[in-house]
Design a protein around this ligand. Structure first.
Ligand SMILES: [Zn+2]
Length: 366
């Protein structure tokens, strides 16, 4: 799988800065107007950069793997131990050595792909694209059903032990706090500050999403569990509801993406199922029940936190999906795990073929 590892270019001398600027500026001229001020052919190969320019506000310089892969090295110096040599038009045949500071640890094994040199706020960064070997996916011993909701951002249940975790409380708190702040500032017409706190909010939310997804993956690894996520296709329905502004569907989407990515990275089995009816169906008897505020009540006598009930339904749907594939997951041994007879035929909403392939892998274990 591919991973992007970011590094800052540090301790640039005036000379190196000038050389880099020259090529970077030339490249902008070339990409925008097709004007060539002596750009190296090494940099001309870039295609399909339209999206990158929106993200980085300039065209990042493509560092082709064939030019950098032998020149990304460990050199123990005072400044840093990571260095990369890149081609430069002012230093033909020699290139420039750039000292790097990595923002995260390098993976143990990787192969370097085409990467990018990016200038942002007068500083340079290298985004290394790496191909890292995929982890072996383990055979699940239980299932973690995860419901992403509004009242409780993340509800995670273990189908075997029935333990429940409500996660992401801070997320809700952040959203609520900043919503209130923005509203106040809006009345005072302080739009500059609104913009500033929006960025701050985004960073905080991002950090929380990372923390929550990390926790989910960690729990799954510890329990050797498969993760079952409800696919987010009916979020639109909730639009306009009070809680929606506090925890937007976007965060749900982002969290799903993070969990899926991390699961893949760590070899945690994960499947997504349709979440249709999961909040309206009883997770014990499978008939439709009634939801009053945060409580789910069924005529069979079952009464539970509504998000918890939904998370169980999602988990069970994941289980029946696995069983439907003719596979005996060890979780099945537990007599409390029953496939819900009410549930309609499972939709295979997972559009990502790779994730599907990955989900099936543990099921083939004998
Ligand atoms: Zn019931």
């Amino acid at each position: 799988m591919e991973k992007t590892i970011r590094a800052s270019v540090i301790g640039l001398t005036k000379r190196k800065q000038t050389w880099l600027d020259a090529d970077y500026n030339n490249y902008q001229w070339w990409m925008i107007f097709g004007i060539d001020h002596g750009l190296l052919s090494a940099f001309k190969a870039a295609k399909g950069f339209k999206q990158k320019v929106i993200k980085y506000k300039s065209y990042p310089l493509l560092l082709q793997s064939r030019f950098i892969k032998d020149w990304f090295r460990v050199r123990e110096t005072k400044l840093t131990k990571h260095w990369i040599k890149i081609p430069n038009s002012k230093r033909k045949g020699q290139g420039i050595w750039l000292p790097l500071h990595f923002h995260q640890p390098l993976p143990k094994r990787y192969s370097l792909k085409d990467s990018y040199l990016i200038r942002k706020n007068e500083k340079y960064y290298v985004h290394f694209c790496m191909d890292i070997p995929e982890q072996h996916v383990y055979a699940p011993k239980t299932i973690l059903g995860i419901d992403l909701g509004l009242k409780n951002p993340v509800t995670m249940v273990d189908l075997r032990t029935k333990t429940t975790r409500f996660l992401g409380k801070k997320l809700k708190h952040i959203k609520g706090k900043y919503y209130y702040l923005r509203k106040q500032l809006g009345q005072q017409k302080k739009f500059q500050i609104i913009k500033k706190i929006k960025n701050k909010e985004r960073r905080k939310v991002h950090a929380q999403l990372h923390a929550v997804s990390k926790y989910i993956i960690h729990e799954a690894q510890k329990k050797k569990a498969a993760i079952v996520l409800g696919a987010l296709h009916n979020l639109q329905k909730n639009k306009g509801r009070t809680f929606n502004r506090k925890l937007s569907g976007f965060s749900h989407y982002k969290l799903t993406q993070l969990v899926m990515y991390k699961a893949k990275e760590r070899g945690v089995p994960l499947i997504t199922v349709s979440e249709a009816f999961t909040s309206k169906t009883c997770s014990v008897c499978g008939t439709p029940g009634t939801r009053t505020k945060n409580w789910f009540v069924c005529s069979c006598g079952y009464r539970d936190n509504a998000d918890r009930n939904a998370a169980f339904n999602i988990g069970k749907r994941g289980l029946s999906y696995m069983l439907g594939l003719g596979v005996v997951a060890s979780a099945q041994k537990s007599s409390t795990l029953r496939v819900n007879p009410y549930q309609p035929t499972l939709e295979r909403v997972n559009s990502d073929e790779q994730m599907r392939g990955q989900a099936q892998k543990p099921l083939l274990v004998t």
